[in-house]
Design a binder for this molecule. Structure first.
Ligand code: AMP
Length: 502
């Protein structure tokens, strides 16, 4: 194994880092000299272009540029068809292009081909999104050592730096996702106490609020927006994001639509985003409640992710928690730096070489896992929770409280993701299902045992056993409804190799 790297595959921006000879992680600058790369992909004339150039092309070629693809990870229905082509690209393939760009720059910088990577994901990502992220790495031709949680990575990069010990609260608001993790650090042992999040809450939503404000102001001035005009929409979005950034330091910012110049005041912006900010508070409080700790037990507050630069975020989080944010972590870099540390630890474990850093990490699953069971009255299927949220991962959890209804030779085994025990199935996510066939009859009320195996990546495998004789009825490397089949990954890997990524 050569050099290993850590990758923060972000909704808006991505970053890549490596552990230096001094045992400290450093960001690898991309070919344009930047420490982060916009997660934007341009398809033009058979060529694939990543990063700043792709982002800038959005105004002129809006239907050839994909951004925010992370929001579609694990969504089987999303396919991007660039204008003027019949080609279809799913979220895994689009993400694989971003990964290849980052890794090519790392190989160039390190003077050797990089193959082995650790990729970060939001802590709140479920099984399908994590599997899709790993598959993106595989399609890019990479060996994915591990998929790890972003706030955990950020805490690692903070905690290892100065040998910190204490309880650390990580508030991670990125471009598209939000996570909160409470972690105990002691003697380089990193133990997540609780974690929760929202996979669809980030800077993108704050941009949308500015867009709404600007468009309604424009309408008051007599203007009308053509929402079908993708170039104009891209231009407004770009300006909205720019205005949001300015409002992090200035009291007002301007957006130009047509011939009008519209001024947005910071107070007005803060009023418009108040509900979004409150949503993060509920999640923060949920994490504290689940950990059984109070804010006064927390020693450090880390603000991670570009969106924590917004004044309203820093001010609100400090106000709610009574803590002062630690400024020693770089909001855009901490996650990739932490991923580089985990990459080194994994590399050492696999090669037997002494690691340049020593740390242990113990994480938790942010969402519960369960199986679908028939309601007592036989009318509907309900969720029966087997793995509680905040269960340590990796792990193997068994539950024996299940049984067949009537005598049968087959069982439709459905596994679920979601926190609510007893909820109807539409309120949880069915991760996958298998029709498990037996070569003997199970009588009515035969006891069944369900086993969940949660891997290092926090992806899941499930087994069903006949509890009367311990026999394995069926193993489910879940027929994942939302992911590519292994053969598809192999095919896409071969196919996308032909495509030059620049
Ligand atoms: P990340 O995914 O962590 O790179 O976060 C990207 C998000 O941070 C995007 O929504 C950016 O618009 C936002 N962001 C970056 N810089 C600033 C800033 N100065 N003020 C407000 N938001 C910012």
């Amino acid at each position: 194994m050569g050099k290993v790297v850590g990758i923060d595959l972000g909704t808006t921006n991505s970053a890549i880092a490596v552990l230096g000879n001094d045992g400290l992680p450093t960001i690898i600058h991309n070919r344009e000299g930047d420490n982060t790369t916009p997660s934007a992909v341009l398809f033009d004339d058979g060529e694939v272009t990543i990063g700043k150039q792709a982002k800038n092309a959005e105004k002129s070629l809006p239907n050839n540029v994909v951004r925010y693809v992370k929001r579609h990870m694990g969504s089987p229905d999303y396919q991007f068809i660039p204008d003027g082509t019949d080609d279809q690209y799913g979220p895994e393939v689009i993400s694989s292009f971003i990964l290849r760009f980052l890794v090519d720059d790392a190989s160039e910088f390190l003077g050797e081909t990089v193959n082995d990577v650790v990729i970060t994901v939001p802590a709140y990502f479920g099984d399908a999104e994590r599997t899709a992220t790993r598959q993106a790495g595989e399609i890019a031709g990479l060996n994915v050592l591990q998929v790890i949680n972003e706030p955990t990575a950020a805490a690692l990069s903070f905690g290892l730096k100065g040998g910190y010990s204490g309880k650390v609260l990580v508030y991670d608001l990125g471009g598209g996702t939000f996570d909160v993790t409470l972690m105990d650090i002691s003697n380089n042992n990193f133990t997540v106490l609780a974690s929760a999040g929202d996979r669809n809450l980030g800077g993108f939503d704050f941009d949308n609020e500015i867009i709404k404000l600007a468009e309604s102001r424009y309408a008051e001035l007599g203007g009308s927006i053509d929402h079908g005009d993708d170039s104009q929409q891209a231009l407004i979005r770009e300006q909205a994001e720019g205005a949001k950034h300015r409002l992090s330091t200035a009291d007002k910012a301007k957006i130009r639509i047509g011939t009008e110049s519209i001024t947005i005041m910071r107070e007005e912006f803060e009023r418009a985003v108040a509900d979004l900010v409150t949503r993060t508070r509920y999640i923060l409080e949920d994490v504290m409640e689940q950990s059984g700790l109070a804010y006064s037990d927390v020693d450090k507050l880390l603000l991670v992710g570009g969106s924590t630069r917004m004044k309203i975020i820093e001010r609100s989080v400090q106000e709610w928690t009574g803590l002062t944010a630690d400024k020693s972590v770089h909001p855009d870099e901490a996650v990739a730096l932490g991923a580089a540390i985990v990459a080194e630890i994994r590399n050492a474990a696999e090669t037997g070489a002494p690691p340049a850093v020593r740390a242990t990490v113990s994480d938790v699953v942010a969402q519960g896992l369960g199986v679908a069971v028939l309601a007592d009255d036989g009318s509907k299927m309900l969720n029966s929770l087997v793995v509680q949220p905040q269960t340590r991962a990796p792990n193997r959890i068994e539950a024996s409280s299940f049984s067949t209804v009537g005598s049968t030779r087959e069982i439709n085994f459905q596994i679920t993701e979601g926190d609510e025990n007893g909820a109807e199935l539409q309120y949880v996510k069915v991760l996958g299902e298998s029709l498990l066939k037996l070569d003997y009859d199970l009588p009515a009320k035969a006891p069944l045992r369900v086993v969940f195996v949660i891997n290092e990546d926090q992806t899941v495998e499930a087994e069903l056993h006949d509890a009367s004789n311990g026999k394995l009825i069926g193993q489910m490397v879940v027929e994942r409804a939302a992911n590519l089949k292994p053969a598809d990954v192999t095919f896409l890997r071969k196919q996308s190799k032909e495509i030059v990524v620049q």
